[in-house]
Design a protein around this ligand. Sequence first.
Ligand code: ATP
Length: 893
Amino acid sequence: MSSISNRHTYYGGGSNTQHTTNMVRSPSDRLSKLKRKQITFGPYYIGSTLGEGEFGKVKLGWTRNPTSNQEVSKQVAIKLIRRDKIVKNSEKEIKIFREINALKHLTHPNIVKLEEVLQNSKYIGIVLEYASGGEFYRYIQRKRRLKETAGCRLFTQLVSGVNYMHSKGLVHRDLKLENLLLDKHENLVITDFGFVNEFLKDNDLMKTSCGSPCYAAPELVISTKPYEARKADIWSCGIILYAMLAGYLPWDDDPQNPEGDDIARLYYFITRTSLKFPEYISPIPRDLLRRLLVSDPRKRLNIRQIQQHEWLRPHSEFLSITPEDWDNKMKTEVALSNPQQNNEKLNKASSVESSTSKYSNSDKRDTLIIDTAMLLSPVPPQEYQSYIITKPSSVNEDTSSSTQKNKKMHSRSNSAASIALQAVVDAELEASQRNQDHINTVKNEVNRNENMNTKEKRSNNNSDNKKQEYINLQQVSRNDTMQDRSMGIRAEFIRSAGNNEREDIQLKKVETNYNGENSTRGSHNSGKHRKPRPTSYHPGSSSGRTNLSPYDFNTFNTNTESSTKKVISQLETLQFDSTPSLIVDTEATGMPVNSSPKILSQRSFSMSKPSLDLQSVTADLIKFQGENDSAAKSIHEHVMGTNWQYVPHSISSPKNSLGRTPEEYDSSLQHPPSSGGKYETVLTDSNTSYNSITQESEKSKTSPMYEAYMFTDVSTQRDKIKEEKKGSKKRFSILSFYSSYNNNSKTSFDSSDTKSRADHSSIGSPQLTPGHATQGRADLSVRDRNTRMPSMTNNTNNSHLKNERIISQAESDIEDVYRRRSSKPIKNDKRYSSIEIGRDNTANKIGTRNKRASMMVPNLQEHNTNIPELRPQREQSTAKKVIDFFKRRSMRL
Ligand SMILES: Nc1ncnc2c1ncn2[C@@H]1O[C@H](COP(=O)(O)OP(=O)(O)OP(=O)(O)O)[C@@H](O)[C@H]1O
């Protein structure tokens, strides 16, 4: 005992120290020692770890009653996030701000309440209402399953919370048992709003697939189509209800995929296997579940229909409380609690010194320091703009000086945080105003140009460009509106933050060995307090991808997939009888902006080209410019192979076998003049075809431009292709698009069908009927995509093989587009399977399921390659229909 005692009390001093420490202490001594050791974060004392998530630990916190210091006045949960682990503009940073901003907006009894957000030099602390009832999935685990009455009450609360957030224009997108907690009265509390997003209109669709695989709606996983996010939330509610009542997750019994780790297979199983119920679930909740877990989101109940379902009738009164009622109720509560709060605040404000003196010296030293780097992050990708603090143009001098000045005040209303945040808001409002002014200027110019004489072609082209700029700006403006809303929230946040005077936000000591941020899914499992489940995955997030082994593509491919989706979704929004426009976002492709070949201008995919015989596109012209051309070349070589000549654009243009230069073709085809040097065109003659893609750097207009050429004679193969593809002529413009698209972004439809791959590479002869399109897609395996492309351009056969793939892919994609545009379900589409009853599986798998429950879903449509049935079904004649349409249109023009 004594040795233990000595060890515990040894401070490096001599025997005296030991002697002193071995003395029996008085209770007050012990109390004061305890007090000294008390860890604080701002006004909160920090206690045990409640749980651990992707961002780190969630600690219990409490404040003490000011009058009797021993009494705990309020308990909170503090999500502590180490600032140095948050990479600027990263997925994590976005998630944090999303969560904060969304929670700031939501006040509902079944949604976790955000108390405040504090930060010091080391941590950001999201202070939340403490849900003392613990994690909901553990609650179910303990009880094995819930009785229907209890389940009904809790599900009603879930529905009420979800309805409330939907009414605010927000969707959770990651609803699952692990994100539900219970309060002390065993009421449900929805938490973890890291993937929350905003929809603007009733029919606003989302494109980013997220949701944990077991809870994610099928449309998120097996379709590239934008989805109705509220319906996806409703699917997740259905899964949660099933788990509550059954004690395990539905579709959890695939013998070939017992752990559900293979997401593609999991979804194959979900879409092919009818929903089955254990016998103890009674018919009425079964009926509700059957209507919730419908693969077709259009047939799935909406929230209003759920509220009206027979099973929830006992709680109809609760469900009749509208979101407005909740808001009013909360306002009233706040108003009622205000007098006391205000008094407290006044007292504190009048005695800043006394309020700070409660804290130790070290607290005082570690006063709030704003890490402006965190706030000065660049504007993130568009889809994230709603809930994040974006880059201000500058934080002005005044701000920093006032930061200095106000340090002494220790008042959060004047704190560096408030000032910096205000600067962010102001700067963004200013930027938004500037943008609006620019829009107006461009708009005026467009109007002026439209009144000009039609003979002035040059001006008209200019006008077109301006129009496009206007459209783009409108787009930006729309985003700004979303941002403004977000800024409104932020401004509100700042205002409310200003109501609290305590600025002395400190964390004396949280954990010496804090490693939350580095955790991967594996390490999550090892932590004592960790939820036994993986890190959430969101497309683009590297952290969560660690266990996606079968689909663990390299960044290039992942990015090109999103590019593919983007282009396809843009295609989908086009009217067939208008000139299509394709703009590939380089951010999405992950290629350097100034060096990557890409499809650039509005005009790049011209429908007005004269119809041409079907020819395979076998040569490419890439122009590079400026300081990045070596990078561009290497990318180009990587994509297209090394058989390219690079020549300065201004000096010469190589001629093809007929002695014609690209420019000659260009003029002979009456291709629209390039706008600012950026255009994409397809040039062809009887023996040679080549595709051109130009890339100009905005930065280096003065630098020489380079072109890369490779001509391939395709005459020997053309006849063969023609024969194989009878009746499918005049699709050149489509092919040109897909060729360049493929060349640029390495379109990522893929399959691991090795047999088909082997067949293709050995035979090299195309099967160009639409029916073989899928096979063409199946040929592009993930693994060999990177290595395949260079070698393919080395000889005609390989070029031909590439073309065949391009064509097949074009056909597939056209069919996809066509199919998506049609509202009719495709014949034999197994995704919309009917639902039956009958399975009985009483195993409680919720606990084991959690290991994989939180992995967010990448859009797996392109990855569902092992399972032929998961590939979209096609009608053979669809491509033909589209091609015929283009043909007709082309002839009309
Ligand atoms: N308000 C709260 N009251 C009580 N416990 C909480 C509260 N918030 C979180 N916890 C506990 O902390 C754990 C992690 O919290 P949370 O899931 O919100 O963190 P996260 O970092 O967002 O994690 P992830 O994104 O991985 O789900 C929860 O599972 C729960 O046990």
